[in-house]
Design a protein around this ligand. Structure first.
Ligand code: GDP
Ligand code: MG
Length: 445
């Protein structure tokens, strides 16, 4: 993979102080090949290489990094920047009901994603969600949406294959208004290839519904073809976001780079399984690593350096040493330090696979789960009173029930958190503060 190839080159570059026209050529060629292998479209690759070259040339190499390492860092950052900055959730800033229009080819995953999104909006954003199918061409499509909508716990507006898509959508919007739904998600028909009738139909739907989000759903396995599809939909519709589905398959993920560039909209979500909870908020940083197939140790070093507040770590260390005791407030601040370093998932992704086991063992699903756990832990501690955080030993059944209800979790989740806290406290005692500083410094290089 790219990391192996680059690290071979990196070795030959030891002792050179900066990235030059000369030594950058070989590395650029490797990156170019890796991107093409990952199914990134050729024009996108060309653009990308030009940008990396411009960034890299003449750049001073900082501290202990070799030019090769610095180069890898530039590639990784540029990849992430090309795929989007930060994470973007659904925009609901409009007079409700906010309409979300789903666009894409047949089989891209529109219907599945409609239900996944409904679940996401209900659970994470506490919204009342209605779905409707304007797919009148495939008899089973409407029923399919009905079934998955039910699984998502959202409401479904009935439609019939003998109605006009526009009439269906308008009736659903009307219903959503009268029943105070926050969001209406409109699932649409797709064809096997781009065709004018389909494009005209979805344009009409767009004009009538004035959606706050028009999401282009695209199958990551489509690889190079994804580009043509993205182009056609971009010309037909003002897209506001992309959902990249089937990232759990063996797609190389290069489609993300092409599609984002060509559709001119941020990738908002990634589909990672056919199940209803198989939707992740898209994380460009993490995906960049996946496309390159590397554990970005350079990125880890940088993030640890800027993310970890050394003063806070020192304070914590002193506290443990002086015997004041490690309480849930400290535990909470430790969790948020971890998040600053890019979350558990981000951290795992950056470690070389020798440390985390065979690549693929920590899949996107496990990482998502780890991050969900961290969010849940924060939620639980935030539902405690200051006294409870300082003196966790007063937490008995009634308090635990109250906290669980406040955080929207089960009592056993509270118990699990308390166990983790105790383990951490024991570890801190053993490390006697100084050990922890050493550990953090070691991570920071
Ligand atoms: P539509 O024609 O665009 O509405 O596509 P569907 O929602 O019917 O999905 C087509 C197929 O892809 C179905 O078998 C889905 O279960 C599957 N699918 C959709 N999204 C994902 C995903 O993220 N991962 C996997 N593995 N399968 C998916
Ligand atoms: Mg469908």
């Amino acid at each position: 993979n790219l990391t192996d190839r680059l690290s071979r080159l990196v070795k030959t570059m030891r002792g050179q102080a900066r990235i030059t026209e000369d030594n950058v050529q070989d590395m650029l060629r490797e990156v170019r090949m890796a991107l093409l292998e990952a199914d990134v479209a050729l024009p996108v690759v060309r653009d990308f290489i030009a940008r990396v070259k411009e960034r890299a040339l003449g750049q001073e190499v900082v501290g202990s990094l070799s030019p090769g390492q610095a180069f890898v860092g530039i590639v990784h950052r540029e990849l992430a920047a090309t795929m989007g900055a930060g994470v973007a959730d659904i925009n609901l800033a409009t007079q409700p009901p906010a309409v979300i229009l789903m666009a894409g080819l047949q089989g891209a995953g529109k219907t599945t994603t409609t239900a996944k999104l409904a679940k996401h909006l209900i659970e994470r954003r506490k919204k009342k969600v209605l779905t409707v199918s304007a797919d009148v061409y495939r008899p089973a499509a409407i029923d399919q949406l009905k079934v998955v909508t039910r699984q998502a716990g959202a409401e479904w507006f009935p439609s019939s294959a003998s109605d006009q898509p526009l009439a269906i959508a308008q009736a659903a919007l009307d219903h959503a208004r009268r029943h105070y739904h926050d969001v209406l998600i409109v699932d649409t028909a797709g064809r096997l290839a781009i065709d004018e009738k389909l494009m005209a139909e979805i344009r009409d739907l767009h004009a009538a519904l004035k959606p706050v989000e028009t999401l282009f759903v695209v199958d990551a396995m489509q690889g190079q073809d994804a580009v043509n599809t993205a182009k056609a939909f971009r010309e037909a519709l003002p897209l506001t976001g992309i959902v990249l589905t089937k990232l759990d398959g063996d797609a190389r993920g290069g489609a993300a780079l092409s599609v984002k560039t060509i559709a001119g909209a941020p990738i908002k979500f990634a589909g990672v399984s056919e199940k209803i909870d198989g939707l992740e908020v898209f994380d460009a940083e993490r995906h960049a690593g996946r496309v390159l197939g590397m554990g970005d140790i350079v990125g880890l070093v940088e993030e640890v350096q800027k993310g970890v507040d050394m003063a806070a770590a020192q304070k914590l260390a002193d506290k443990v040493k002086s015997g004041t005791g490690f309480d849930l407030n400290d535990f909470l601040s430790q969790i948020s330090q971890m998040k600053k370093m890019g979350g558990l998932g981000g951290l795992m992704d950056k470690l070389p696979s020798q440390l985390t086991g065979k690549a693929g063992q920590i899949g996107p699903a496990e990482m998502e789960r780890a991050e969900r756990d961290v969010r849940r832990m924060e939620g639980i501690i935030c539902s405690m009173t200051p006294l409870e955080r300082r003196k966790p030993e007063i937490l008995k059944a009634t308090r635990k029930r109250r906290i669980a209800a406040g955080a929207g979790v089960q009592v056993q989740d509270v118990n699990r958190l308390l166990n983790q806290f105790e383990q951490m406290r024991d570890m801190m005692k053993k490390m006697k503060g100084g050990g922890m500083m050493k550990m953090m410094k070691r991570m920071a290089g």
